[in-house]
Write a protein that binds this ligand. Structure first.
Ligand SMILES: [Cu+2]
Length: 163
């Protein structure tokens, strides 16, 4: 995450111009083109053996001068992936699906327990601490970002909040 994608793109462009025979793997070609979005501290919550759902948390920073909108997420590790928020009704906290998560220009949005998160529904198998899952994020402007998300045990969290 230390290299700015725009810098990587410049490198790739230079490679194409000067070394056209340089083999490029598919992953390099489909690398995130998302030069203005920086995602840090991302992890998926480890699950107990019989769990069906997990959640992904992250810090998303928009380095551009335009609003960026996360509109969907998908993963091969779960049947369905939804964008969620947590609302408070009296003293009850409830998760609910949201259509999108906006990241205002030059702002940071935290996806964290008890707040916005990406919900992984009907996971294929338990998420064990130390593993990783692949998640694809899609933005309103068409940008697609692939993340290899580490699975981590979360001590305090949202285990009480069922769907
Ligand atoms: Cu949720």
């Amino acid at each position: 995450m230390s290299l700015k994608p725009s810098f990587v793109l410049a490198l790739l462009t230079a490679a194409f111009m000067t070394l056209s025979t340089l083999p490029l793997s598919a992953s390099e070609i489909t690398a995130p083109s998302n030069s203005s979005i920086e995602i840090t501290n991302f992890y998926a919550r480890a699950t107990p053996p019989n769990a069906v759902n997990s959640a992904l948390f992250a810090t998303i920073t928009n380095n551009s001068k335009q609003i960026r909108t996360l509109v969907s997420a998908s993963s091969s590790a779960a049947e369905k992936v939804e964008l969620h928020d947590v609302i408070h009704e009296g003293d009850v906290m409830k998760m609910r699906q949201v259509a999108q998560i906006e990241i205002p220009a030059e702002q940071t949005v935290m996806l964290k327990p008890g707040s916005l998160h990406i919900m992984l529904l009907n996971i294929n198998k338990p998420f064990n601490d130390g593993e990783s899952i692949k998640v694809t994020l899609t933005y309103a402007n068409g940008d697609v970002q692939e993340l290899i998300v580490p699975v981590k045990k979360v001590m305090a969290g949202m285990r009480k909040h069922h769907h």
